[in-house]
Design a binder for this molecule. Structure first.
Ligand SMILES: Nc1ncnc2c1ncn2[C@@H]1O[C@H](COP(=O)(O)OP(=O)(O)OP(=O)(O)O)[C@@H](O)[C@H]1O
Length: 377
């Protein structure tokens, strides 16, 4: 999968831009606030229809302009080449075109181009709150599993209703017998939808954990080991499949039902899941150095890259937004080596070229970024 041409029109601080990136490493170097992240963001938006930085689509349109546009010509090994276009307007909904055919349902566009973004925000996956790790899990699994997206929606709805019931029971101080009678059926529904999420998360993490451990070993030059541990909110007790998880979940809910009625909220389930990243056996969130935490985040993203490749049959595009600053020389060397061997077209932003060896720069296409303009070096 490769972007042959990328064109931006009134996107962020780019008035007009057209580039023909190389098939391997593309480096975008420049001072702060020149448009490096904006450029990488445009590719991510084209792939996923969402920005991780913009709260609203109109933030993507260049100040004062009515319409912003991203266009790319993508060659793919497994599918025919594709022309992608995404248009943002101050007044209308965003529109995407695939080979000139207009789509307003963006779900039909996602997946035409696969990209994995690594930016400084990903560090929060390691050191932030559990909710960030759950969001990471949900986003990554959703990319390749529409079934998971459905289960997630159904679970959230059921959880909301069950919590409302528990609040009613708490506020009525147990006097509403009729309400208490319906709790088991809500618990069964919750266990039904929740088991699907938990089972999928478990399988996904098994695969991602193995891949991330391999990448991590290479990035740390064999010095640090990584273990990704799934921490569900109740013991899975050897449950081997979705039915087993459902049973364990239902039992866990029954065991805390009294407590839940007193507190007015659901105390077990995937909304309380967490992940632990063990580096050499210690929790990286609590004991890891910043460099080690960054290496864990980078390993997860590179593992995700590999998983997508396994699922779609060709390597996705890699977007590395200012990730070199906290890696030592050894990790940096391995990162370049890995991305090169992986065969992913890579877009990397940085503030200077010092971290690169001569050999890497000779192979790369290097652009200087200044004030929303690019110059090929
Ligand atoms: N919608 C917009 N219209 C015009 N300019 C914008 C828009 N959104 C952001 N900018 C400008 O883009 C610049 C930031 O660009 P970007 O985030 O790509 O920086 P960067 O080169 O990656 O810098 P850093 O190294 O600090 O991360 C800022 O000057 C900001 O004002």
């Amino acid at each position: 999968m490769q972007i042959e041409t990328l064109e931006l029109e009134s996107f962020r601080n780019y008035e007009r831009l057209r580039i023909e990136p190389g098939p391997g490493l593309n480096v975008f170097s420049g001072r702060n606030a020149q448009g490096k992240s904006n450029l990488l963001e445009s590719i991510y938006v084209l792939a996923t229809s969402k920005s991780t930085r913009a709260g609203k689509d109109i933030e993507l349109i260049r100040f004062e302009d009515p319409v912003g546009r991203i266009t790319a010509h993508v060659t793919r090994e497994k599918n025919s080449d594709v022309a992608l276009e995404m248009i943002f307007s101050q007044t209308d909904k965003k529109v995407a075109r695939v080979n000139g055919v207009r789509h307003t349902k963006l779900a039909e566009v996602i997946g035409q181009l696969n990209a994995v973004l690594f930016d400084s925000g990903d560090l929060e996956i390691v050191r932030g709150e559990p909710a960030i790790r759950r969001q990471f899990l949900d986003l990554e699994i959703a990319q390749t599993s529409p079934r998971y997206v459905h289960a997630l929606g159904a679970y959230r709805k059921t959880l909301e209703q069950r919590n409302r019931l528990l609040r009613d029971l708490r506020d009525a101080r147990g006097s509403l017998d009729g309400l208490r009678e319906v709790l088991p059926s809500w618990s069964a529904q919750l266990a039904h939808h929740g088991a699907r999420l938990i089972d999928r998360r478990r399988l996904f993490l098994e695969r991602l954990g193995l891949l991330a451990a391999e990448v991590h070993e290479t990035l740390s030059d064999g010095r640090d080991s990584l273990q990704v541990v799934y921490v569900p909110s109740f013991p899975l007790d050897g449950a081997v499949d979705e039915a087993g998880v459902r049973e364990a979940f239902a039992e866990a809910l029954a065991a805390v039902a009294h407590d839940e009625m007193n507190r007015g909220t659901t105390l077990r389930g995937p909304q309380r899941d967490d992940l632990t990243f063990l580096v050499n056996g210690s929790d990286a969130r609590l004991y890891g150095s910043q460099g080690q935490q960054r290496t864990v985040a980078l390993s997860l993203k590179l593992a995700e890259r590999q998983l997508i490749e396994e699922l779609v049959g060709e390597p996705p595009i890699l977007l590395l937004d200012d990730v070199l600053s906290d890696l030592d020389d050894v990790r940096r060397h391995h990162l370049f080596d890995l991305t090169e061997r992986a065969g992913s077209q890579t877009f990397l932003s940085c503030t200077n070229l010092r971290p690169f060896s001569k050999g890497v720069l000779e192979q790369a296409r290097v652009y200087a970024v200044s004030g929303g303009k690019l110059e090929l070096q």
